[in-house]
Design a protein around this ligand. Sequence first.
Ligand SMILES: *Cc1c(COP(=O)(O)O)cnc(C)c1O
Length: 357
Amino acid sequence: MINVTKSFLPPYEEFIDIFKKSWDSGWLTNRGELVKDLEKRLCDYLDVNGLLAMSNGTLPLQIAIKALDLKGEIITTPFSYVATTSAIKWQGCIPVFVDISPDCLTIDPTKIEAAINKNTCAILATHVYGNPCDVIAIKEIADRYSLPVIYDAAHCFGVKYNGESLFNYGTISTCSFHATKVFQTGEGGCTITQDETLYKKIYSLHNFGHKNNTEFQGEGINAKMNELQAALGLSVLPYMDDVILKRKAISDHYDHLLTSAIKKLTYRENTIRNYSYYPVLFDSEEVLLKVSAGLSDHNINARRYFFPSLDELPYVELADVPISRDISKRILCLPLYPDLDLIDVERICGIVNSALV
Ligand SMILES: *Cc1c(COP(=O)(O)O)cnc(C)c1O
């Protein structure tokens, strides 16, 4: 079977050699040497500061909302993974959905201002498939209304925008290192913030609210990355340039072979991509279902991602976001992972193209 993704794994010996350090010392978590080493190497590789490793990519969203002490309405995108919205609800805030731009599929900044009122406390937007939000326009609005900006940058490992890490934009960025993501530690994730006070607050919150061994400063949670996760990350990281190059080669092959009747995503200018996904947009949901079934017949798994539009979740209020509703019904992510054979890409394109005639 060809799945929509497959985790990149280094040679087993490289992982176990690194993990052995933790095994021999018997220190398995609570910010061991491997987690600290991974954070340092990630900061170097990504060219960022203020990165804190965590146990997954969802708790960093919840902790970001908590650390900023957000209460009330958070302006957000309906076109993302469920975690973006569930984190807002979990923290007791109200998601206010603003529609996306039809080309980049990120939140449409021209529609943000109309959604701001006295209860608005922040903007939480997603860089969809690693495609940057219009961060400059969003910053201008956020500054004008003194709103913090959280970016769900789960898809953005290694993405650069205007010559610097995309993680550097916004008040806080979060990333996921889930097994299905470009860089993976099985489960894992991080926050990135340039604000030192905020970093310290996030640090404390991710470790039960500890101030020191005996004192606490507010209710925290446990979001610590453990040494097993860090060992996997340390063994995967040296391969990341190669992983992204291979993803690019596969994406380029798709670009070449898919019929021009299929609409592809527009990437924002001045972006260095990580080729995290290969989304294609069909004319209708009917065509999408036909293609998807055709692929299934050949044991190939594409994924409806993102679907549904998040304003259709059973625990939020429906919103007037026609573009997100429409796109989410018509978009499909095709298989993309570093060791996907180019012959298989050709086969997939053949099946997709023939379903369209
Ligand atoms: C994967 C993902 C998350 C959640 O990350 P986990 O590490 O699986 O908890 C959040 N937001 C987006 C956009 C994602 O793709």
